[in-house]
Ligand binder design. Structure first.
Ligand code: ACO
Length: 436
């Protein structure tokens, strides 16, 4: 295939195959590599493109998040993640991702009030929790309960109406911390704590998880600040597996609560959002520093199936900018909480040191990702391992909802329907069972 520059911002690529030639438009975005628009390829050439896992395919155009994996850049609506993590509240980031701009004071107040006023759950939702076993993984509870919200808000079935979409967006983002915290309380056998309107998003999440009916609860500002940052760092990450799942489910016009439930399912896996939980399990399994060389040897042995959890990323091949901020936050939180000798943290730091100097990891550009540190911070904050991915899901709901809205509002939006390279049996005739 060759590309030639035409006038303006657009060039064409030509592809020749079996004596036929097709001219394909090359589209330029604001930032990042150009993309070859192959939509006419099947009609012009009779072929599809092959890209298992869509790793090299732009599945949509989006104005929300930009990543340059080689340079370690992550921008939300143009703003660098480090600036947002340092200066913004999570609520401002929600507004930004949903609406495209940072809010002015008045808009922010109205928006925050609306968000606060949607944090309560319908009282019948409580019944869903009772249906789960006490030892249910809270991700299972989250996935089921968020999906169940679709039965409570049938107005969201008609997503062609803008007001319905906006209400569903607010309800999802406002209610997910309540569901997440109650999933935790349920597994602990503790009474549910209702949201408080005097607290911000991060504070409320902590209060609903850690407050008890029997005593007053004061949110620790260090933990609230760290939670605010964790939420911001996980808010969106362009077309990752769970976001693509939400977009794909949503492309059929399905109820948005059901679509976000699909995103939660996709996030759960250890190759994606489940990695922060897997990091802690891995550290516990390694046990002590002396066991690190043996563990690293296992990771390098392809037959072992062991991976260094919290390392590597499909897109970031130099460093994960979120990991850098998280690493700093991790030390701040541990310092402010007075945790000096945490064996798991010592182990993590030693593992990080060895891995970033080891040829296996260097050659494959495997660096610590955001989950390597988030697991350690969350543990220091007293959050149980099984809740790590749940908190990721709480934060990512903002990204999922923003991407879902953008997709639905795209002119000419169509159902997602990838094609395949079929490698199964060619057509053959059915043979009756007694003749097989
Ligand atoms: N430990 C050991 N080896 C690894 C790891 C790892 N964590 N990650 C990748 N590799 C190796 C692969 O085996 C492969 O080796 P090879 O070239 O000899 O065959 C090479 O590095 C390239 O790996 P790919 O599988 O092609 O990388 P890919 O981009 O497909 O995978 C992924 C990315 C899934 C994140 C992977 O690195 C991984 O499983 N990491 C551990 C889980 C994790 O931390 N996930 C969180 C991701 S961040 C997030 O979701 C927020």
């Amino acid at each position: 295939m060759s590309a030639s520059q035409n006038e303006g911002q657009r060039s064409d690529a030509t592809i020749s195959l079996g004596g036929r030639t097709a001219t394909l438009p090359v589209l330029s975005g604001t930032l990042g590599p150009d993309v070859v628009d192959i939509r006419k390829l099947p009609a012009d050439m009779g072929v599809f493109t092959y890209d298992p896992g869509y790793g090299e395919t732009a599945s949509c155009s989006s104005k929300i998040t930009f990543i340059d994996g080689d340079k370690g850049v992550l921008l939300h609506r143009g703003y660098p993640i480090a600036q947002l993590a340092e200066h913004a509240s999570y609520e401002e980031v929600i507004y930004l991702l949903l609406n495209g701009e940072l809010p002015n004071k008045g808009d922010f107040e109205t928006f925050s009030n609306t968000l606060t006023n949607h944090t309560l759950l319908h009282e019948q939702i409580r019944n869903f929790f009772n249906g789960f076993r006490r030892d249910a993984h809270p991700m299972a509870i989250l996935c089921g309960t968020v999906g169940a919200l679709s039965a409570f808000y049938p107005d969201a079935n008609d997503i062609a109406i803008k007001a319905n979409r906006e209400l569903a967006a607010m309800r999802l983002i406002a209610k997910i911390p309540t569901i997440a915290a109650w999933a935790y309380k349920y597994t602990q056998g503790e009474a549910f704590i209702y949201p408080r309107n005097d607290l911000n998003y991060a504070e409320n999440l902590l209060a609903m998880m850690f407050a008890r009916e029997s005593e007053p609860y004061k949110v620790n500002p260090v933990l609230a600040r760290a939670m605010n940052r964790i939420l911001i760092l996980h808010a969106d990450h362009e077309q990752n597996a769970s976001t693509s799942t939400v977009r794909m489910a949503g492309s059929t016009g399905a109820n948005p609560f059901a679509c976000i439930s699909a995103g939660i399912a996709a996030l759960w896996g250890p190759a994606h959002g489940g990695a922060n939980e897997a990091v802690l399990k891995m550290l516990a399994a390694i046990g002590s520093k002396e066991n690190i060389p043996d563990f690293i040897a296992k990771v390098k042995d392809k037959t072992s199936g062991v991976k260094l959890m919290g390392f590597g990323h499909r897109v970031y091949k130099n460093f994960d900018p979120r990991a850098k901020i998280m690493q700093k936050t991790c030390h701040e939180v541990l310092g402010e909480l007075g945790i000096k000798d945490d064996p798991l943290l010592d182990l993590a730091i030693e593992l990080e040191k060895i891995a970033i100097n080891d040829d296996y990891f260097v050659q494959r550009k495997l660096y610590p990702n955001v989950d390597f540190y988030s697991g350690i911070i969350l543990k220091a904050m007293g959050i149980p391992t099984s809740m790590f991915t749940v908190l990721f899901a709480v934060a990512r709901t903002t990204g999922w909802v923003s991407q879902w809205k953008e997709m639905i509002e795209e002119p000419g939006q169509r159902i997602s329907r990838p094609r395949q390279l079929y490698t199964g049996a060619a057509q053959r005739d059915f043979v009756a069972v007694d003749k097989r």
